[in-house]
Design a protein around this ligand. Structure first.
Ligand SMILES: Cc1cc2nc3c(=O)[nH]c(=O)nc-3n(C[C@H](O)[C@H](O)[C@H](O)COP(=O)(O)O)c2cc1C
Length: 130
């Protein structure tokens, strides 16, 4: 059965090379586990959406929680879904644009159309926080 998780976490001193290394792990592990999703980083916090079968999500979440590059991993949404919102994204890093007035619209345009409206609202609010 397919589910979607959204979690947030806190990271200090993460640089572009850390993001690249995280995305490398995602390409390798998430393709093997058929987990898809998206990742946002606002300079201090991550928000990640993950979708897949429960056993695969649990496996990936164990890897994520064990990663010392962040802490305080908190799952804020866990919902059953009929189909994936981002089937083609093994893990898409979506950049939050610097310009605050344009940020919401820019992200809204990049989020997948099939995203459940409540999750879209949560992700847009996260991006507006800093
Ligand atoms: C914010 C964040 C998101 C991550 N997302 C994933 C992920 O979706 N899939 C994954 O396999 N690893 C993810 N990782 C990396 C894992 O925590 C871990 O470092 C990596 O999977 C280790 O893989 P390996 O044991 O196969 O080398 C993430 C790490 C961070 C900090």
């Amino acid at each position: 059965m397919l589910r979607q998780y959204v979690y947030i976490s806190t990271a200090d001193g993460i640089g572009p090379e850390d993001i690249a290394s995280i995305l490398d792990s995602c390409q390798r592990n998430n393709s093997e586990r058929n987990v898809t999703g998206l990742l946002l980083y606002n300079g201090r916090n991550f928000l990640q959406l993950l979708e897949g079968d429960v056993e695969d999500l649990s496996w990936v979440m164990r890897k994520i929680e064990a990663d010392p590059r962040h802490n305080g991993v908190s799952i804020i949404e866990d919902i059953a879904i009929a189909g994936r919102a981002c089937p083609d994204w093994l893990m898409r890093h979506i950049r939050i644009v610097d310009q605050v007035p344009e940020r919401r619209a820019a992200l809204d345009a990049e989020l997948p159309a099939a995203l459940e409206p409540n999750l879209r609202r949560i992700i847009l609010n996260f991006a507006a926080l800093n």
